[in-house]
Design a protein around this ligand. Sequence first.
Ligand code: MRU
Length: 348
Amino acid sequence: MGSDIRAVTWTGDGLRLIDQTVLPGRFEHCEVRDTASLVDAIQRLVVRGAPALGVAGAFGVAIAMAEAERKGWGETERDEAIERVRSARPTAVNLAAGVDRVVPLIPKGVDAVIAEAQALLEEDVRGNRAIGCAGADWILARSGDRPLRVLTHCNAGALATAGWGTALGVIRELHERGRLQLVYADETRPLLQGSRLTAWELEQAGIPYRVQVDGAAASTILRGLVDVAVIGADRIAANGDTANKIGSLAVALACADARIPFVVAAPRSTIDFAMPSGDQIPIEERAPGEVLTWSGASIAPDAANAFNPAFDVTPARLVTALVTETGVLEVSAGDTPATHPDPPKPNH
Ligand code: MRU
């Protein structure tokens, strides 16, 4: 099933989403035909991961247009609904970018919007394949002959994209080339995208892995058990500062201390050239209950409150390489998106 996983599919009158809140126990779809349901699906993480959010946002504009037609909305109500989709989650730049890409086509009609959203979806799958190859080439050029032990954090796989995956695309490619020994999948508190989703994808693909608690990652790296860390991204500032799932920064710090590469794999659409550095990236704070409860039961004193940022920002100096569909930037060495506003030539 590996590469056949499709988190987001257009059905002709709406979106079919793999419900990522119930995996791995159940494989179910969620059908979305109105913007309120789409906003809810995005905020509950039924659909999640920056590139998948971009595709869902683009199709969300078509959903808003059809809903406006059905409900007799004027342009103002339709545009307000589009804005609610666009801002349903703040950190991943791809969501707003997906919406913004198709909005100019509204005057041409819903079919033009759907065609552009579909083009975005197909570009993402193609781009992920290219990211996988470029990332594997870069990593293998810097490692010896022995099979690699790779650490990843959160889920940057097919479920988080239109297909194949970014960080998991690199891992899939290493596996296909027979160069992968083991993946350490950080469980990713509090919503467990690593243990529920990454482990599920690795299982489907027959890739050997071990799930570890997030708190184990630094020790696993400093004990010499990891050759390279590969993660995805939600927004990359022009200077290379990278927002990704909370806990990514701790992995990057450990990699720097252990002198192993910390690799970010993401499509160029995740680069926000309008944002000079990472301190301006909006960081989503989610409900305290995600931290304070487990399967509905309280795991902290009743009066406890929680700090629940969903993302952190890894400074560019800790990002060894940024792999996009157009090639690799060696960010900590000064090769940042700002120095490459035009795509570098693929180096594979
Ligand atoms: O909160 P999530 O599950 O949407 O967070 C997802 C991540 O942080 C991913 O690593 C990122 O979006 C890259 S997905 C290719």
